[in-house]
Design a protein around this ligand. Structure first.
Ligand SMILES: Cc1ncc(COP(=O)(O)O)c(C=O)c1O
Length: 396
């Protein structure tokens, strides 16, 4: 019993094996560089896996979003739209560059930003929209991309939850101007707890992102190209060269040890995702008859990779509030479930920016009723059965 409880307390993350251990040691024995051959190999492999032209690794999903905002040229005063149901990083990336952030309510079926409500929120000043492929299911990208062409805004996909997810046969993160992924410890694959990558098909955006990721030096990957400062004083071909900085940038780089682990994780991602899909099928099969629960709907054109398994609890029909379910599962059965997310406009950060309860009713209903279940690939069949039994038991 105790080992089952232990499995359930491990939450949402990936699974490592001896391949990752060996990869770490190999890079360690090579003095553990940063932004070297392993990073370049991981970028190439990720771009090929996804079907994108360019990929650039970075320190985490937050910096992937922030660099994307720089890449598409977001400036103070620009308007940027996203979903109120996301991690704060999605909204913070444009906000910290001085943009005005507003939200579009979610679709009540998929919980993703509702493409049907997007057009009403656009103004001539709207420069970007950040759809979030929430819990591992793609947003309605055809509708969003059609509006982006009509109204001339950039689309930056937040694909932090959706490594390997597909929309109409295309990998997410390759449809908008950029796609941003997180390799945080709880994501479908991880690069030792932190990490991120940006995909794009646009060479200019890629170069801008690459510059700002590393202090705006003219250094790409592991090839060091110094810029001339004063050609007369230090003629080309002679021994004097000077490093130049195009602008003031950042250090948002990834290390080679992380990238080497990323390569091994990427080799396994489809297998790990399949385990999540199988676990989700098991949950759906076993919970579908329980009154008061709304289980996830997968749209037929989507490949959902179940970063999380969301369940809505109707307090009247289920007989308990979400908070009571979370409390009882933890204290009676040792199971820690999540609640992703509290709507962002409830946070102090966005209340201070003028948002109020009542503005996004679908997001608010989700905030009141949704829990997320741990169905990561580390879960054993016994642990999943225990999870199902415990959810049924809290109701009775
Ligand atoms: C939807 C979403 N976007 C962005 C991020 C930020 O990623 P990171 O934690 O790697 O900075 C997260 C992380 O939880 C996330 O869930």
């Amino acid at each position: 019993m105790s080992s089952i409880k232990f499995d359930l307390e491990i939450k949402f993350g990936t699974q490592y094996g001896k391949e990752e251990e060996e990869a770490v040691l190999k890079v360690l024995r090579n003095n553990a560089p940063t932004s070297g051959d392993e990073c370049i190999a991981f970028e190439k492999m990720y771009a090929e896996y996804s079907g994108a032209k360019y990929a650039r690794v970075c320190s985490n999903g937050t910096t992937a979003l922030f660099l994307s905002m720089i890449g598409i040229g977001i400036k103070p005063g620009d308007r940027v739209l996203t979903s109120p149901i996301t991690w704060i990083a999605t909204a913070a990336a444009p906000d910290t560059l001085g943009a005005e952030v507003d939200f579009v309510d979610i679709d009540p079926v998929t919980y993703n930003l509702d493409a049907n409500q997007l057009e009403d929120k656009l103004t001539p000043n709207t420069k970007a929209v950040l759809p979030v492929h929430l819990y591992g299911q793609a947003c309605e990208m055809d509708e969003i991309m059609a509006l982006s062409l009509k109204h001339n805004f950039a689309v930056v996909e937040d694909a932090a939850h959706a490594i390997g997810a597909e929309y109409k046969g295309r990998k997410v993160g390759t449809i908008g101007a950029t796609g941003c992924f997180s390799f945080h410890e709880q994501k479908n694959i991880s690069t030792l707890g932190e990490g991120g990558i940006i995909l794009t098909n646009d060479k200019e955006i890629y170069e801008r992102i690459s510059l700002y990721r590393s202090h705006c030096t003219r250094v790409h990957g592991n090839s060091t190209k110094y810029c001339k400062l004063d050609e007369e004083k230090f003629p080309i071909g002679k021994k004097f060269w000077w490093q130049d900085f195009d602008d003031c940038g950042y250090n948002f780089r990834m290390t080679d040890i992380q990238a080497a682990v990323g390569i091994e994780q990427l080799k396994k991602v489809d297998m790990l995702n399949q385990r999540r899909i199988d676990n989700a099928d098991f949950m759906t099969e076993n919970l579908k008859e329980v009154p008061g629960l709304t289980l996830p709907t997968v749209l037929p054109h989507n490949k959902h990779v179940f970063h999380l398994y969301p369940v809505m609890i109707d307090p009247k029909e289920f007989g308990m509030t979400k908070e009571d379910v979370i409390y009882d599962l933890l204290h009676k059965y040792g199971i820690k479930v999540g609640f992703h997310y509290i709507p962002l406009h409830y946070s102090t950060a966005f209340k201070n920016r003028g948002f109020k309860k009542g503005q996004f009713p679908n997001a608010e209903k989700l905030g009141d009723q949704l829990i997320t279940l741990p169905i990561n690939p580390r879960q054993t069949p016994e642990a999943l059965e225990y999870l199902v039994k415990s959810i049924k038991a809290v109701r009775s």
